[in-house]
Design a protein around this ligand. Sequence first.
Ligand code: AMP
Length: 249
Amino acid sequence: MKVLVAVKRVVDYNVKVRVKSDSTAVETANVKMSMNPFDEIAIEEAVRLKEKGIATEIIAVSCGVAQCQETLRTAMAIGADRAILVETAEELQPLAVAKLLKALVDKEQPGLVILGKQAIDDDANQTGQMLAGLADLPQVTCASKIEIADGKANITREIDGGLETLAVTLPAVMTADLRLNEPRYVTLPNIMKAKKKPLETLRPEDLGVNVAPRIKTLKVTEPPKRSAGIKVPDVATLIAKLKTEAKVI
Ligand code: AMP
């Protein structure tokens, strides 16, 4: 079974994001970029499925600028067998990515597509769901466990108040949640091996997809600064301050 995994290049989760001075977007120039953390979990799960003998080939896909190649090399260092970069300088929104992935699903015919549950830059939580809709495939979002047998997958997800297990027939789309696994560290020998693995570059036109943005960002602003808190000596002072200063009671 082929497994297709979508990996996005995003601002590293340790970076404190800054808004561009013209308020059009978040600053990405000279900022450390990494693989979206949920996508690392998605790749790790695919590798574990291969180690169990369930997956036969893992294909990592990234859509975006040429530097996404680095993200794909990381995916191959974790264990993906080959990679596809859909290269474009256009700003990609979830619907455009879902359409590109749908075209690749048609081309590669994977038994399972794994995405992250959300990208930590746009926090959209949409691409997997849109892909499942476009490709007319069963979907399970926010997976925390997967068991595959006899062309079916039992996928557990964390919901309010407990765990839910859904059975889906394959091929299917799954999005990975934080507790699905803990990704392995990338070792130097595997980084070296990944350099030799095949990386194909396509353009959206090659897949017949128009990726023009459908949503216009009007303005990006910093959240309002929080003023410093104070400590009060006792409950009476707290009540007095809530009444007279904060005027909330
Ligand atoms: P989002 O819907 O933007 O929160 O993204 C959810 C998931 O879709 C991510 O965790 C990735 O697995 C995948 N994805 C989104 N954008 C891209 C992209 N440009 N390239 C590859 N995968 C992507």
